[in-house]
Each structure stands twice: as C-alpha cells, then as structure tokens.
Ligand binder design. Sequence first.
Ligand code: APR
Length: 320
Amino acid sequence: MARKKIALIGAGNIGGTLAHLAALKGLGDIVLFDVVEGIPQGKALDLSQCGPVEGFDSQITGSNDYADIAGADVIIVTAGVARKPGMSRDDLLGINLKVMKAVGEGIKNNAPDAFVICITNPLDAMVWALREFSGLPHNKVVGMAGVLDSSRFSHFLADEFKVSIKDVTSFVLGGHGDTMVPVIEYSTVSGIPIPDLIAMGRSTQERIDAIVQRTRSGGGEIVGLLKTGSAFYAPATSGIAMAEAYLGDQKRVLPCAAYVEGKYGVDGLYVGVPVVIGAGGVEEIIEIALSDEAKANLQVSVDAVKELLVACRGIDNSLA
Ligand code: APR
C-alpha cells in the first residue's frame, strides 16, 4: 500500500509542529506549503534530518507551488496570520479571509479528494469560508478547535482534582472564541461528572467557574505570555489527532467545528459540536441533551459565529 500524503498549508509555528508530529507518528509523506520562499524548504530539510535519529521514513518536502499538494489524503490549513497581544481572533478576519480564498482554490484545483482540517482563526468563520471557496463536500472540511479547547479544560481539571489526565474527559461546545461553552455536566473524572465531584466536596462551583473562564481565554493567556504569536504545540497535537482519526478510520468522537444543519437548532453554519471522525470524514454529528443554561450559552456562541459570517460576506461578495 502506498504511503499516505499529508499536505500542510502554512509552514509557520503550527505547520512546522504538525510536520514534526506527523513524521514521528509515521502518518505518511509530508508536503509543507507556504507563500514565503525558503521557509517550507528549510523546515522540510531540518525535519528530514530528524529521520536518521528518530528512524522515520517519511519524505518531507517544502514547496511554494500548489501542484505539489496533488493527491493529498489529508490537508491541514494553518495559513494566515496569528494573534499578537491585545488582538482577538476576530481581528484576524479580513486578512485571513483572503488567505482562505487562495488556499480554497489551491485545494479545489489540486487535491479535491482530501480530508481538510482548518486551524486558521477566527476558526468557525475561516473553516466555513474555506469550504465555500474549495467547494468540497461539507463532511470533508472540518475545523480544529474543540479538541484543543477540551484539552485545555481537561488539563486545568486534572490539576484541580489532582488526578491523572488519563482519567479526565471534558467537553467544550460552540465557537472557538470567548463564547465557547465548556459543558461541566459532560466533563468527568473516570465517569464521575463535575457537578457530582463538587457535591462530594472535591472542588467548589467558584473554582470550576474560574476554570471554565480560564479555558475560554486559554489561547489569549498564551498570546499574552509569548507576545510574538499564539499557541502552537497543543493546536498541532489536536490537529494530528483528527488526522489520525480519519486516516485510521478510528470513529473517534471529538468536538470539532463541523457543518451543522438542523441539529442543535443550528441552520447551516460551522460550529463546535461532537462528531464521529472516520474514513468518511465527519460521519455523524452527535446531538446531546443540554441543560437550559448550556443551550442558552450555545446560542450566544452561534450568534457570535453568525456575526462573523455576515462580516465575511461584507468583505467578499462571492460568498453568497
Ligand atoms: N498561503 C500559504 N501560507 C500562508 C499564506 C498563504 N496565502 N499567508 C500566510 N501564510 C503563512 C505564513 O507565511 C506563515 O508561515 O502562514 C504561516 C502562519 O504561521 P505563523 O505566523 O507561525 O502562525 P501559526 O502560529 O502557525 O498560526 C496559524 O492558526 O491558530 C491559528 O490563529 C492562528 O490563524 C493562525 C494560524
């Protein structure tokens, strides 16, 4: 069987980390694409020289030509600009929308059968625009946010309860912004829901509320510390988990920005919901029962995503 091909559009901080992880995990051959000449080639050469030490056989190449992504099985998009301190994800909209147009056309013309994972922010609007520009089926274009947001939430919860991260599952729905919805009823330690753990005296509502808030602004906390850009290790790790689910037909249940039509009262937009990822791409959207409070919070998040789509349409009138 031929090796799988992974194309990474954007060879910046996340792109480089994605390439490193994909090679270490033996996911296939890797093409790093970027508009800047030299960066993808240089990173590809550096990463290739990890091969003899790590013992991986992945061919890693750098390119500035979309023709080189032809035949890609998975494409992960991080092209665009990242946040600096004081910026919200939404501040990136105008510039990254133009980038999504170029990337979408590159994918449409060269790798229309790929499974595409978008990481570029503001995520829920950019994944929608990328799908529109590429014309790929909705189940083959998905956004990475919920895996990262849940991972951040789980990290803070494991710290709070002083338990292994292996025993924590957490759940974050909605848009990848300040309005995201960490759902505590579905977040557990070894199956014990957080509200039960609070009732058992293992934490307090106030402490969990603070963790929820820290999760919501988790990306901003890192931007504030780094000062020169945004988080990249955990975003890349999260994107790779989604790629592995597709390549291995794992049927993983992961929170992702998926195209929702009908479920959760959402009509035709991308927003973070639990989905099944397997060889068919996004194979199913799972609709879970939500408390009235979670429902109301999800609606606020959906409305925020809708506003971004209005802004996108205002900038590019080819977006119907
Ligand atoms: N086509 C391809 N690559 C592009 C394009 C384009 N039209 N425009 C910019 N790029 C490249 C840049 O040259 C840069 O190498 O995208 C890369 C982005 O890398 P970084 O600036 O290091 O940003 P990174 O931290 O990787 O984040 C990328 O993901 O999480 C989001 O908010 C983040 O939108 C940002 C994106």
